[in-house]
Design a protein around this ligand. Structure first.
Ligand SMILES: Nc1ncnc2c1ncn2[C@@H]1O[C@H](COP(=O)(O)OP(=O)(O)OP(=O)(O)O)[C@@H](O)[C@H]1O
Ligand SMILES: [Mg+2]
Length: 511
């Protein structure tokens, strides 16, 4: 076998002579070219010649520079964020940092570090490069000491050429999207409330919003929950749509329902879901339209403006004297509010959500309910069996196959009990069985007594002691025809005072 192979090999002398004659030919051609072809053309021909005989790489390398002229390159920023999660044990030098606003440590590649990422079964090589150069290095004036060192940072992304289309259409957009998600997750949400101190009147104060409510923890009909999530998703995706149809990119929600049904919790869940800040506007503290305008103009994009208890806080079209102020002092009107919401404010901001809440939808001024004003009306109602299951899973960590659930289902469907009351009941004991039995007792009592209204008011006092005292559900009173309209403004005043600045109205959020 070995000798056979050798038989087909040309002898070394002939290989050498062939190589010698090829070299001689190249030399001859080179001399002729030097003689007859002018220098610039010669350079060009040699370059082209070298290009054709050089072995070609199957790889393509994309350069992702830090900035794109003066603007930052979003692909670079996204790659930096995305790649921080892809570091491998092979990396030898990494950078670590944390700014006060960040929740976690940030890891970045150090100069020259490489890593491999895979997407759709294809491997991609990334390398981070940072070169330093003297900005004025071309300046020959030796007296000039102004030269500054500048850094040029970029990523090199290499992959097989055949994946070019896929990289541009899918991989890079995927990285942009992923990085946005990561940034959003990192974002510390803020809740802005009105600063009512004398010197700062009309300014927003902010605190971190750390309300744990999410759509997963919210007891709500699953259909309705899905509808709200889809509505929010559609809203944030529709930038171009709003522009095309000439509408301000804003969306209004009206949340209505009895106290303790999760209106404030839903607002927190929306903020957590969208990663939007919340502006809690207490109209009680605003006297003039001009103050309102300034406040609205000072709100940021991608935010939720919340006006809770709209039926209580704005006694519109003119406030009543019952709120303790003289009529002449109060110049805030419904038309002022609606004008700003519809016009000026909304047209100079993007991605704004406005939410009104009320316990009494029927008391609202028809102007607020007119089609097109509030895009979506969401009824937050008493706890259903489905809602109970969510709360049981949150509070007791039990799934839907507990042996007492069947009985609870029958009871809860005949009872008007708010999620807040259910939640309170489920927190009463560490033992699941005892807790559920206690809860069933409560349901049976409510059912037996039959007078849902009386129970409701009483249980609200027990379950939401600090809240309901301020509120009084009043739906019962209303059913019984007891007018409470005039007293609402006053009760809101009480509520405002009892909680002080910064933690009222969204009290559910600060728990
Ligand atoms: N739908 C719900 N899902 C989960 N928890 C809820 C729900 N509703 C109420 N709760 C619990 O009850 C507490 C009070 O609820 P929340 O403040 O959201 O009610 P609300 O409808 O805003 O009431 P109010 O009309 O008095 O402002 C919440 O902190 C939460 O623990
Ligand atoms: Mg509330």
């Amino acid at each position: 076998m070995f000798s056979l192979t050798n038989m087909h090999m040309p002898p070394p002398t002939s290989i050498f002579s062939a190589y010698a004659s090829m070299t001689a030919t190249i030399m001859l051609l080179r001399t002729m070219a030097n003689e007859f072809i002018p220098q610039p053309i010669r350079g060009y021909i040699f370059k082209a010649f070298r290009y054709f005989i050089k072995p070609h790489s199957a790889d393509l390398t994309l350069i992702v520079e830090e900035s794109n002229g003066i603007a930052r390159n979003q692909v670079y920023d996204a790659a930096q964020t995305y790649l921080s999660t892809k570091v491998s044990p092979d990396n030898e030098r990494l950078k670590v940092s944390k700014s006060p606003k960040e929740k976690k440590l940030t890891i970045r590649l150090e100069k020259g570090e490489k890593l491999v990422d895979s997407f759709n079964g294809v491997f991609f090589k990334w390398r981070f490069i940072c070169t330093e150069s003297d900005k004025n290095s071309h300046n020959n004036d030796s007296n000039n000491n102004n030269s500054t060192r500048s850094e040029k940072k970029y990523f090199e992304l290499s992959f097989h050429k055949k994946h070019k289309q896929m990289v541009l259409e899918y991989y890079l957009p995927f990285i942009l999207e992923k990085a946005k998600e990561m940034k959003d997750e990192e974002r510390v949400l803020k809740m802005h409330t009105l600063n009512t101190s004398y010197h700062h009147n009309g300014k927003w104060d902010s605190i971190n919003l750390e309300h744990p409510s999410t759509f997963d923890t919210l007891a709500m009909e699953s259909e309705l929950k899905k509808e709200v999530i889809e509505d929010l998703d559609r809203f944030v995706k529709r930038k171009e749509f709003y522009k095309r149809v000439g509408r301000a990119w804003k969306r209004g929600y009206l949340l209505y329902g009895p106290p303790g049904t999760g209106k404030s919790s839903l607002i927190a869940a929306m903020a957590n879901y969208l990663k939007f800040d919340i502006y809690d506007l207490q109209l009680v503290n605003i006297v003039r339209d001009s103050d309102l305008r300034n406040l609205l103009l000072a709100t940021a994009n991608r935010s939720i403006l919340v006006i809770e208890d709209i039926d209580c806080t704005v006694d519109l079209p003119n406030r009543r004297h019952g709120d303790g102020r003289k009529q002449s002092e109060v110049q805030l009107t419904l038309s002022g509010l609606l004008n700003f919401i519809d016009g000026l404010w909304s047209s100079c901001g993007d991605e704004r959500i406005i939410i009104f809440t009320t316990n009494h939808k029927e008391r609202l001024d028809p102007a607020l309910l007119r089609p097109g004003r509030m895009d979506k009306h969401i009824n937050m109602s008493y706890c259903s069996y489905e809602g109970f299951k969510v709360l049981a899973s949150n509070y007791l960590e039990i799934s839907s196959d507990h042996h007492l659930f069947g009985e609870i289902k029958g009871l809860i469907e005949d009872t008007q009990i708010t999620p807040a009351q259910v939640a309170e009941e489920l927190m009463k004991d560490d033992d699941t069985e005892t807790t559920l039995k206690g809860f069933m007792k409560l349901l049976k009592r409510k059912k037996m007594e039959g007078d849902v209204c009386e129970n409701d008011t009483q249980d609200n006092v027990n379950a939401k002691s600090n809240k309901s005292k301020r509120h009084k559900v009043s739906s019962c009173k209303q059913k019984r025809g007891v007018g409470v309209g005039k007293r609402i403004g006053a009760s809101t005043q009480r509520r405002t005072r009892s909680f002080g600045r910064g933690c009222l109205v969204m009290d559910g959020m600060l728990k």
